[in-house]
Design a protein around this ligand. Structure first.
Ligand SMILES: Cc1ncc(C[n+]2csc(CCOP(=O)(O)OP(=O)(O)O)c2C)c(N)n1
Ligand SMILES: [Mg+2]
Length: 581
């Protein structure tokens, strides 16, 4: 039987349940207790983490992997301010996250209540919608609205502010306000009582019954048929077409297998970035991993599917001027950023790729020699990496380690990248196994996503092997969440690429400014930190130890235990010269 809806927290929980929410990520606070208890009573799993940022990163991962908004709930004031980096990251990654935030009692806001700040100016710039609730009966509909707004158009986070006095039952709140109003007989005291009585009446107005939650359909935006036709015609004419598919093309996560099939049918060489990595499985003949810039330089018709012309494409300069540029994007602004495309298909980029199949099949074009050309260059780079992975010094060659991991990781592996050079090297060497099996922060490039992403991923994909590829610098942000992994039985495997430094930064800083100040770390025993939380900690200082360590880690994870492998890396010049700004 459905639990009774007797208070505002239950209204929120009922609406979450109606939308199929299974996990609420949180760090507790008195302002939100009724939401957590009501959500648990409705069968949702409450995952309590150690930093509010982690809660939002985890909700973000759930959203990206399932296409259904992920939900986090945090307390008023510092609980909310702690989420800002993660919220901004979700906004820039266009991830539909719903953040429920506590707030001081409605009548006390702005009067010096505990943890009371004006939350709107803090949060509003980072969300699609900031909804401040003032009446109990608006709580459920606000959740319904949040689920619709977060997914519509360009997806993104939504914030609902739930003041604590709307979340408890009416009798308790009336009692609380009555006590606050006192029993004094003076005119100001009687006025206060009158005012508070009226205030409470408004808060609970029309709230006795509650309509069952309404689910709203969110139709994916579809590009105009004319732009699909124009793109099909341009590709059919092209001699060296190229496809670049980015995160936004996977906004409809459930459509991933269909999008993958469509891309295979198009027969155009393709580069995958962000959340699109893994779309074509581990070894598709069409997918290239290296030398994207060279391929873009040569291509006469480039399709950017869910990819803006930002720094990763050198603001559009990677595509030659004479090429026909086709941009498929849910955002008209992103489609035109820095460079006007010849054909703009404004709508869902994944759907757009599916709709290209028919016109191109009709044209019957094949580009085998062009594919050969790009493939040859791709393989040449692979051979170079193989050579760079060979040198052995005192500790572990990072490329050799990542190649061993690529061999060893299971077919159901899902990888989270959090770090600088080591994580970037991983993005070249690891082959994500299947659609939506790779997570990185995205364009905000924030360090610290690791544990939160892994948590969301492990829960969304039970039975998969979740790896975090950490830099030793990056791991510091979320190492504390090994406590969460252990308490909640989430068997994540973290690899810390320990080069005793913030190497991506040190590399350029030392070269240009001849000083490593602020970039040096130690060979810290991160594995012992994890072990202290009750996880399995493994130290690897030499190449010879790698195979056994990977096998041990997988076995422990299969037995339900989280693992951290601390790998002492040697230096390599693999990332020499790469700089992002
Ligand atoms: C929150 C945040 N702070 C700082 C940076 C700047 N930054 C980018 S890469 C990097 C170094 C990362 O070091 P580590 O995780 O050890 O990886 P490595 O480059 O050493 O492999 C830093 C500090 C950032 N991207 N995000
Ligand atoms: Mg490092």
């Amino acid at each position: 039987m459905e639990p009774m809806v007797t208070h505002g927290g239950e209204r929120v929980a009922a609406a979450l349940a109606a939308h199929g929410v299974r996990y609420v990520f949180t760090l507790c606070g008195g302002h939100i207790s009724p939401i957590l208890t009501a959500a648990r009573a409705r069968g949702m799993r409450i995952i309590d983490v150690r930093d509010e940022a982690t809660a939002v990163f985890a909700a973000d991962a759930v959203a990206r992997l399932t296409g259904v908004p992920g939900v986090a709930a945090v307390t008023a004031g510092p609980g909310i301010s702690n989420t800002i980096t993660a919220l901004k990251n979700a906004q820039l990654a266009q991830s539909p996250v719903i953040l429920l935030g506590g707030a001081a009692p409605t009548a006390l806001q702005g009067r010096g209540a505990l943890q009371d700040i004006d939350q709107r100016p803090l949060v509003a710039p980072h969300v699609k919608l900031f909804r401040k609730i003032r009446r109990v009966r608006d709580l459920g509909p606000a959740v319904e609205e949040a689920f619709a707004v977060a997914r519509a158009g360009v997806p993104g986070p939504v914030f609902i502010e739930c003041p604590v006095d709307l979340l408890y039952d009416e009798a308790s709140i009336r009692q609380w306000y009555a006590a606050a109003a006192g029993k004094g007989r003076s005119i100001p005291e009687r006025l206060l009582r009158f005012y508070l009585n009226r205030h409470v009446a408004k808060m609970f107005a029309g709230g006795a019954g509650s309509a069952p939650p309404q689910l709203r359909e969110v139709a994916a935006p579809a590009a105009a048929a004319a732009s699909v036709a124009a793109a099909g015609a341009a590709l059919a004419r092209a001699e060296r077409p190229l496809l670049v598919i980015g995160s936004q093309a996977l906004a409809l996560a459930a459509a991933a297998p269909r999008i993958a099939a469509a891309v295979e049918q198009l027969g155009i060489p393709v580069y995958l970035s962000g959340m699109a990595r893994g779309l074509l499985g581990r070894d598709s003949a069409l997918q290239m991993r290296h030398q994207r810039r060279a391929a873009l330089r040569e291509s006469d018709c480039v399709v950017l599917a869910g990819v803006p012309c930002d720094f990763r494409l050198d603001y559009g300069r990677h595509v030659r001027r004479s090429a026909t540029l086709i941009a498929a994007n849910r955002s008209a602004r992103q489609a035109r950023m820095n460079r006007r495309p010849d054909i703009a298909a404004i709508g869902d980029a994944g759907l757009f790729l599916e709709r290209l199949v028919a016109p191109l099949a009709q044209a019957g074009r094949r580009w085998s020699s062009w594919i050969e050309e790009v493939r040859t260059r791709d393989l040449k780079r692979e051979t170079e990496i193989e050579a760079q992975a060979r040198p052995q010094n005192a500790h572990v060659n990072p490329l050799a380690f990542l190649r061993a991991l690529e061999q060893e990781a299971g077919e159901n592996a899902l990888m989270v990248a959090d770090g600088g050079d080591f994580a970037a090297a991983a993005s070249y060497i690891l082959h994500p196994r299947s659609p939506l099996s790779w997570l990185d922060p995205g364009v905000f490039g924030t360090l610290g996503v690791g544990a939160g992403f892994a948590l969301g991923a492990a829960l969304s994909r039970p039975g998969s092997e979740v790896w975090i590829i950490y830099g030793d610098g990056a791991c510091g942000y979320s190492l504390i969440e090994f406590d969460t992994f252990v308490r909640h039985g989430v068997p994540v495997i973290a690899v810390v690429g320990n080069d005793a430094g913030w190497t991506q930064i040190a590399r350029e800083q030392v070269k240009m400014l001849h000083d490593d100040v602020g970039t040096v770390l130690a060979r810290t025993a991160y594995h012992e930190v994890a072990a202290g939380f009750g996880a399995e900690g493994i130290l690897v200082t030499t190449t010879a130890e790698v195979p056994a360590a990977l096998a041990q880690a997988r076995a422990a994870a299969r037995a339900g235990k989280p693992v951290l492998i601390n790998v002492w890396l040697d230096k390599t010049d693999f990332r020499e010269g790469s700089i992002s700004m």
